[in-house]
Structures are given as structure tokens and as C-alpha cells.
Design a protein around this ligand. Structure first.
Ligand SMILES: C[S@@+](CC[C@H](N)C(=O)[O-])C[C@H]1O[C@@H](n2cnc3c(N)ncnc32)[C@H](O)[C@@H]1O
Length: 473
């Protein structure tokens, strides 16, 4: 690029024009528009330049050019018909690093005048870097016909609202969205027909309508309990929420990390103890968001794995509430890792099934034949109460009674307990060991690897627990 297009603010800046004829006058007009502080030097001046001097627009120095005229000038134009003078101006200006333009002599220009489409404050400048001025002029003519006259007043109007809009929308993206809405609205046609008052009123209304901040819901997975398993995104959103809606499953250490002055709402959810109905929780999220609040709906594990995140998001979408979903480490992944049980292993399990022991509707029986197949791992959520049924069905459908089982209570938390047993003793062990919620059942050959791996590999978390693991064969 030979010339970098920049728009300069010449308001009251010192500019020198060497010359006093028509060419100097033409350049002078452009600088008067830009409110520059203009001095002209020439032995004589045309009448129009003299009038400008009388009006106080320019200062005339009746003299031949000499280098002192360049003192303290930012820009200089050589507009004489004398090549010698023009050359001198060019050389002297260059020596002093002053931008110079010798009219109609492009090699002697360190700046040039582009063709302009003027819709003040919108200005479009076109330059061919002096190579094809006629082509540049033709382009300008095309643009003149394409760009409507009302663009200038429209830009002035929106410019007068910029500070208010900036104050109202902190984020650039929100400001951009607002302006997109304005330019798609009838504000534009009102300016077009010259009704600036109506356009101004409409802009005020649009701004007022968005004054209430838009609410949003974050559906956040908090993982199985260890706060260090939170994702960075989960932590960020927990700390910017106005309201936190949480379940019992979310550990106290994690709840300690939510924004201090956020309102906390517990919606319960323990099997057989739903303190708030799911429908009411859904509605609560919508209501808070419609009040303009940032709502963090925090859930144990992953929101989309037995977390009812899907149901909540459906209701938010139906009510046109903005939301974000943050995945979390699901109990099967967290508990198995902290218990030293790989969910798949080339020697023992080629598949893993996530299963719930608790179905929404009665009669929604599980596919026991598929679940009883060998060489796979079952991670059973909410399976403690139904453990006698699970045990009986798996054995009845062909799974061996000696299949290894791990019952992981409070997985990944300080009080994690792993009870190792086998399938035909599952229910009895849950009873005698008095397993409490939350607990996950891992059924399959991989469960036996717990003995081998629990104190190695992932043991840094396990060995740091206050209570050692309780292993029951
Ligand atoms: C309603 S489900 C929620 C699952 C959760 N959305 C997830 O992805 O882990 C609750 C069940 O998850 C299992 N669970 C969740 N956290 C657990 C933990 N820390 N230790 C053991 N089991 C856990 C238990 O089976 C519990 O009954």
C-alpha cells in the first residue's frame, strides 16, 4: 500500500498553502471545512481568498515563499505554477518531516487528497494513489448515487446517543446488538423523511425498553463433590450469579465457593424427599431470569446425566430465557477414578452402561437381558433402595452371583467409603454397612481392580482423606 488512509483531525492545526490562485483556493476550501488554521503565502491573491481573509477564515502573507514560512506547520501544499518554488517547498518540507503535497505532481506528495463522498459525519475516501484519478472519480460518482443522503443525519443522531448506550451496555457485544436492532428499525425511515424528532423519541424508547438487564440461567454441573473437580467455567459462573438454585447433592465445600452475596435457594431432591416439585423449580428459574437475574442452577455431577438438566432447559427454551450449560464430572467418572476402578479395561469390560435404579414412571422396567451381559460395566445411579431387585434381576437374567461389585458412598469427598462385594451379596452388604446417600454401584469385573489400584495411581486423593477406605470382601 503506497498511502495509508487515515482521517486526521485538523481542527485549529497550522497548515500552509503556498500559492494565491484558483488551485490554492480549491485546496483552501477543503481546509476551511476541516476548520484548520490556514496561512497562505504568495505575492498576490485572488479575490475569493481575500474575502476568506476578511471573514477570518485564513491569514494571507503577501510575500515570496521562504523556508521560515514552514515554521511550526504540520502540513503544506505547494499550489503555484512555478516548478522551482514547488520543488523548494517539497524539499524543505521533507527535510523538516512536514507532510507535503505538490498539486498535480504525485511523486512530490507525502500525502494526497482522496476523492470524497461526503455525508458528514460519514466520509468515504477513495484513492488510486495517483495512478488512475479518473477511475477513482467514477467510483466516487457510483457511491454518491448508492449512498443515501440521510446517512449523515442518521450517523449524527446515533452519535448523540453513544454515551448513553455505552453506559447502559457494559459489553461490546450487547452494544453491537442494540445498534443492529436500531438500524433494522423504523428509526432509519424516520430520519429518511426528515422526522428527526420522532426518530429521537423512538431511540429513547428502545433504550428504555432494554434498560432492565436481561436475565440468564447457567445450568452448571458441579461434579460429585470434590471442589477441585469443578471446571473453571463452573466456578466463574457460580461467582457471578445473583441467585444460586441448588440440590442437596452439591457438597458444602462447593457451595462455599458461590458468590457471597448471592441468594441461595435449595430445591432439595433426595429420593422420597422432593422439597420443591420439578415443575416449580423450572418455573422458578424462568421467573428469576425474567426479573433480570443471573441464575446459577447448580447440580451434582453432570446436569444432563440423571440431573433433569434436559427438562429444565426445555422449559427455559420454551420461555425464551437465555441459558448456558456447563458440563460436570458425572458420579460414575469421579467415583470410579477416586476408587481406583477403571470403568473399561481391555481384559475385563468393553462397554459401560449408565443405569438409574429410579424410574420416573411405574412400569418403566429396565432391559435386564442387556444389562446382564458379560464383559461390561454397569454404573448404577440411585440404586441403593432398589438393590434387592437389581441383584435378583441381574442374576435371573444370567449374570453370575460372583460378579464383583463396588458400592461407592460419598465418592470423591473426604468421607468417601468403598464397599467391595459381589452381586449375590449386594443388598445384604448395603444393609449391614448402612450405606447412605449418595452412593453409586459399580457392577462388573473391573470392580475387583479396586483392591489392586486403590492405594496406587489415583491414591493421592484417596490417601489424603481423613478416613481410610473401608473394604469389605
Ligand atoms: C439424581 S442423580 C444425579 C447424578 C448426577 N447428575 C451425576 O451426573 O453424577 C444422584 C445419584 O448420583 C449418584 N451420585 C452422585 N454423586 C455421588 C457421589 N459423590 N458419590 C456417590 N454417588 C453419587 C448417586 O447414585 C446418587 O443417588
Amino acid at each position: 500500500m503506497q498511502y495509508l488512509p487515515i482521517f486526521t483531525k485538523l481542527d485549529n492545526k497550522p497548515v500552509l498553502i503556498v500559492g494565491g490562485g484558483d488551485v490554492a483556493l480549491r485546496k483552501c476550501r477543503a481546509f476551511i471545512k476541516a476548520r484548520a488554521n490556514i496561512t497562505l503565502v504568495a505575492p498576490q491573491f485572488c479575490d475569493e481568498l481575500k474575502e476568506h481573509a476578511e471573514d477570518g477564515d485564513v491569514t494571507l502573507i503577501t510575500d515570496y515563499f521562504n523556508t521560515t514560512h514552514l515554521n511550526a506547520k504540520m502540513l503544506v501544499i505547494a499550489a503555484t505554477d512555478n516548478d522551482e518554488v514547488n520543488n523548494l517547498v517539497f524539499e524543505q518540507a521533507n527535510e523538516r518531516h512536514i507532510f507535503v503535497n505538490v498539486v498535480d505532481d504525485q511523486p512530490k506528495c507525502t500525502f494526497i487528497f482522496p476523492s470524497i463522498v461526503d455525508r458528514d459525519p460519514i466520509t468515504i475516501a477513495i484513492s488510486s494513489a495517483g495512478t488512475a484519478p479518473v477511475l477513482a472519480r467514477r467510483l466516487r460518482e457510483k457511491l454518491e448515487t448508492l449512498i443515501p443522503q440521510h446517512i449523515g443525519p442518521l450517523a449524527k443522531l446515533v452519535g448523540s446517543f453513544r454515551t448513553h448506550v455505552k453506559a447502559q451496555f457494559k459489553h461490546f457485544a450487547d452494544r453491537r446488538q442494540f445498534w443492529e436492532r436500531v438500524f433494522d428499525s423504523s428509526v432509519v425511515s424516520k430520519v429518511q423523511v426528515g422526522d428527526t424528532a420522532a426518530a429521537t423519541e423512538q431511540l429513547h424508547d428502545m433504550l428504555e425498553a432494554t434498560a432492565k438487564p436481561e436475565g440468564e440461567v447457567y445450568i452448571v454441573g458441579a461434579g460429585p463433590g470434590d471442589p477441585e473437580l469443578l471446571t473453571l467455567k463452573a466456578l466463574q459462573l457460580m461467582q457471578q450469579a445473583d441467585v444460586v438454585v441448588y440440590d442437596y447433592l452439591v457438597s458444602d465445600e462447593i457451595m462455599d465457593l458461590v458468590r457471597r452475596d448471592a441468594d441461595l435457594v435449595c430445591v432439595g431432591k433426595r429420593l422420597g424427599n422432593h422439597s420443591v416439585k420439578q415443575e416449580d423449580t423450572n418455573q422458578m428459574l424462568v421467573d428469576f431470569a425474567k426479573q433480570g437475574k443471573k441464575v446459577c442452577r447448580i447440580k451434582g455431577g453432570d446436569p444432563f446425566i440423571y440431573g433433569r438438566g434436559g427438562e429444565e432447559v426445555q422449559v427455559l427454551a420454551a420461555n425464551q430465557v437465555r441459558y448456558q450449560i456447563v458440563p460436570g464430572i458425572t458420579a460414575a467418572a469421579g467415583c470410579s477414578a477416586y476408587a481406583g476402578i477403571p470403568l473399561t479395561h481391555r481384559d475385563h469390560a468393553q462397554a459401560i452402561q449408565f443405569v438409574t435404579g429410579h424410574c420416573k414412571k411405574a412400569g418403566q422396567e429396565l432391559d435386564w437381558l442387556s444389562l446382564a451381559k458379560p464383559n461390561q460395566t454397569l454404573a448404577i445411579y440411585m440404586g441403593v433402595i432398589k438393590s434387592p431387585h437389581i441383584q435378583a434381576q441381574l442374576i435371573a437374567h444370567g449374570r453370575s452371583g460372583s460378579t464383583p461389585v463396588a458400592i461407592i458412598e460419598n465418592g470423591t469427598r473426604k468421607e468417601q467409603r468403598v464397599v467391595r462385594t459381589q452381586l449375590d451379596q449386594l443388598a445384604a452388604q448395603i444393609d449391614t454397612q448402612q450405606i447412605v446417600s449418595p452412593a453409586l454401584l459399580i457392577i462388573g469385573e473391573v470392580a475387583a481392580l479396586h483392591e489392586q489400584l486403590a492405594w496406587f495411581g489415583q491414591t493421592s486423593q484417596i490417601s489424603s482423606f481423613a478416613q481410610p477406605l473401608t473394604d469389605v470382601a
